[in-house]
Design a protein around this ligand. Structure first.
Ligand code: PAF
Length: 276
């Protein structure tokens, strides 16, 4: 496995390959990330993973300073899972002094995750655009756990004509249903025991949802999350799976999405919903 820290180092390693598969990460890797590497391997002839904790997607009060960093372990995991190149750009390379470009993806960036985190998708779009322009992959794989992020990145590459296919990787879960996330390591024992209720709630809703009366069901399930021990629920929503708009008569696919907090840790999850 090769490590590249600059764009020219990266291009020296990738220039002879036709089909590059790319998995961007912020490190603190878990099996969910590694499953994305395996998807990229099947669809390309060289896999590049990046590790970069992107400051523009964190607000001042969020966990940038404490975001888990474990570069050596991450490199070992990537190598053991057949990654060809790890790209480790510096903050100075990505955001040199005087940097002022921004990307606004439009209204979809202010819904759901964008409500409590208005800066978030602008920062994600900016760094993903930069990474895609630098790595120039044929495909890039993003986890479906960040479902809104996945749809937004698909929209971004479509609208900016970036020649990369964006592929979603299924959510990986612990045995009790908790979606794997780097932030799960913030949970203490008691919180970890409460955390799977978010997936249980989405599963229950997905099995019982009545599309003619779902608002009431969502409200009841929000209350169930609080009863289960969550400190607050940011949202629990049923949306059009293709656009993330509220559902209407033309909706073909449905997605349940939720975000809830255990003290300072915010967990998100989502599930396809067939609808009754
Ligand atoms: O999902 C993530 O880990 C990040 O948002 C991403 C896509 C690597 C951009 O920093």
């Amino acid at each position: 496995m090769h490590v590249a820290r600059t764009v020219s180092e990266l291009h020296a390693l990738t220039s002879k390959k036709k089909h590059i598969g790319f998995v961007p990460t912020m490190g603190a890797l878990h099996d969910g990330h590694l499953s994305l590497i395996h998807i990229a391997q099947q669809k390309s002839d060289m896999v590049v993973a990046s590790i970069f904790v992107n400051k523009t997607q964190f607000a001042a009060h969020e966990d940038l300073a404490t975001y888990p960093r474990q570069e050596q372990t991450d490199l070992e995991l990537l190598e053991a899972n057949g990654t060809d190149i790890v790209y480790l750009p510096s903050d100075e390379l990505m955001y040199p002094d005087g940097f002022s470009t921004s990307i606004d993806i439009g209204p979809i960036g202010s819904w759901l995750e964008g409500q409590p985190r208005p800066h978030f998708f602008g920062g994600v779009c900016l760094i993903v655009t930069k990474l895609l322009m630098q790595v120039m992959p044929t495909i890039a794989v993003f986890g479906e756990k960040d479902y809104q992020q996945l749809l937004i990145i698909q929209k971004l590459v479509r609208e900016l004509n970036i020649p990369t296919s964006i592929i979603g990787g299924p959510i990986l879960r612990d045995a009790d249903g908790l979606a794997m996330s780097s932030r799960n390591q913030y949970l203490n024992k008691k919180q970890r025991a409460i955390a799977p209720s978010l997936f249980a709630c989405l599963t229950n809703l997905s099995n019982t949802i009545d599309l003619s009366n779902y608002h009431q069901q969502l409200t009841q399930h929000q209350a169930k999350l609080i009863e289960a021990g969550f400190d607050s629920v940011d949202y629990l929503e049923l949306r059009d799976a293709d656009t993330l708009e509220p559902i209407n008569d033309t909706t073909e696919h449905y997605r349940l999405l939720g975000a809830a907090r255990l003290d300072n840790t915010r967990l998100i999850d989502n599930l396809m919903c067939l609808g009754n």
